[in-house]
Write a protein that binds this ligand. Structure first.
Ligand code: SF4
Length: 444
């Protein structure tokens, strides 16, 4: 028999449209709509909070549903004043704001499991993934509000569109419960998460949560508290622009709640070139920011990407980039020779750098970085690192430490790790390093 949901809809036409959306979704997922309180397994009350009389009517309706049925989810305008609802009716199961059909559905799923669907139930809750079972990418938004002159992503994918925080957190929770050991947060601009929806308040596990990077990251860092498979989980952040609010998450890294790893695409160090590139956060003092991050979290790994030979780049400006590299001592760095993508505004800039010179600068850049990387990895010799195993062959195991994102960074080769399996955690004592990878012996 289908699970039954009762529905009380109060308020204006906008609220009515929200009710219709929720009812349609409930029906589409196979729930039945109950015409009475006692036949319902739970009741959704869509409230109005416009004037005092509407607030009272809504609170009364919630009270009635609680008295008659006992299991109530509150949504709508009064839900935006979550404290008021919880103060008056502490027994409600969940409270969401207006236009929150996704969050209401999550609350329904949490308290009244979806009926079996022979088509979609072939797909596990964490979805179908193309990555190995032990790590997964979590996409938090699509598109981008910036207009970097070398990039055509905004014209292909449009402006920033952040996913609802409730949906993102539910996906992360499903991944963690399915045994994923590492979640990699991706987007075009992770620091901008929620700007497009004015940091709207969403809901996760019945609690309000702002659509904002700091709040998202804090919630992700609490996934381990769910226990079970989620207890030991790495959360790694990619594409974080160095805005001031990024500083707020570094203490979480220092406390071990978030992987001490930041992928920050700096692209250049010359203020004039950054301006020509129209880079976000181009006015920030990146060296100072990196120093401050390291002061709070000395173990932080900083990865970045750069472009050499951008149109108009002089030898002096390129050297400025090399100086930045020497001073910043980044851990992981990629460099591309500028490539004129069809449709990018930068192609029309004066004084393009000849292709050969672009390549030459890229090679000089990488030679400098190789020395830095070798120096930094050498410091790890003798240290004990926790690693996550990616693959095992006759030679031993290949794993990654907190400093290594899959596919783009280095690896840790483990001698004597043949008994390990992909997805296992291991403790390794580092014995050797080159400019990219580490070699170690398993000690646990
Ligand atoms: S390079 Fe610039 S425009 Fe392109 S996606 Fe990144 S931030 Fe947006």
């Amino acid at each position: 028999m289908s699970p039954k949901v009762g529905f009380v809809s109060l308020g204006c036409p906008k609220a009515l449209v929200d009710s219709e959306r929720i009812l349609s979704q409930l029906r589409a997922e196979g729930y039945a709509i109950s015409p009475s309180y006692d036949a319902a397994d739970l009741v959704v009350v869509n409230t109005c909070g416009f004037i005092d009389a509407a607030v009272e009517e809504s609170l009364d309706a919630i009270g009635e549903a609680l008295a008659e049925n006992g299991r109530v989810i509150v949504t709508g305008c009064l839900g935006a004043k979550g404290d008021l609802v919880r103060e008056a009716h502490p027994k409600v199961l969940a409270v969401t704001g207006p236009h929150a059909a996704d969050e209401v559905m999550q609350a329904v799923h949490a308290h009244l499991p979806r009926p079996h669907d022979p088509y979609t139930d072939l797909v596990p809750p964490q979805g179908v993934r193309l990555t190995p079972a032990h790590y997964a990418y979590l996409k938090i938004s699509e598109g981008c509000n910036h207009r970097c002159s070398f990039c055509i992503i905004p014209s292909l994918r449009g402006d920033l569109a952040s996913r609802s925080i409730g949906e993102v957190m539910q996906e992360a929770e499903n991944l963690a419960k399915a045994g994923v050991k590492e979640i990699l947060v991706i987007s075009q601009d992770t620091s901008a998460y929620g700007v497009d929806v004015k940091y709207r308040t969403g809901f996760w596990q019945g609690r309000p949560l702002k659509t904002r990077m700091t709040e998202l990251v804090r919630a992700l860092s609490r996934l381990g508290e769910l226990g079970g498979a989620a207890e030991d989980l790495w959360v790694r952040l990619h594409y974080v622009y160095p805005y001031p609010h990024v500083d707020e998450i570094i203490p979480l890294m220092a406390e071990g709640k978030l992987l001490p790893y930041l992928d920050v695409p700096f692209q250049h160090a010359s203020p004039r070139i950054l301006k020509l590139m129209k880079r976000p956060a181009s006015g920030e003092n990146n060296l100072e920011r990196i120093r401050a991050w390291r002061a709070i979290c000395p173990d932080i790994t900083i990865r970045s990407t750069f472009i050499a030979g951008f149109p108009g780049e002089t030898e002096a400006e390129f050297r400025q980039l090399l100086d930045f590299l020497e001073e910043a001592e980044l851990d992981r760095v990629g460099c591309f020779a500028y490539s004129p993508v069809d449709g990018a505004k930068a192609n029309a800039l004066p004084d393009p750098v000849p292709a050969e010179l672009r390549e030459e600068r890229r090679a000089r850049f990488m030679a400098v970085q190789e020395k830095i990387s070798r120096r930094r990895l050498k410091r790890r010799i003798g240290k004990t690192l926790k690693v996550l195993v990616d693959a095992v062959d006759e030679q031993g195991a290949v794993a990654r430490s907190a400093a290594d994102a899959p596919e783009i960074d280095g690896v840790v080769h483990i001698a004597g790790g043949k008994a390990l399996k992909p997805g296992d955690w291991a403790t390794v004592k580092i014995e050797r390093a080159d400019a990219h990878d580490l070699w170690g012996r398993i000690i646990g």
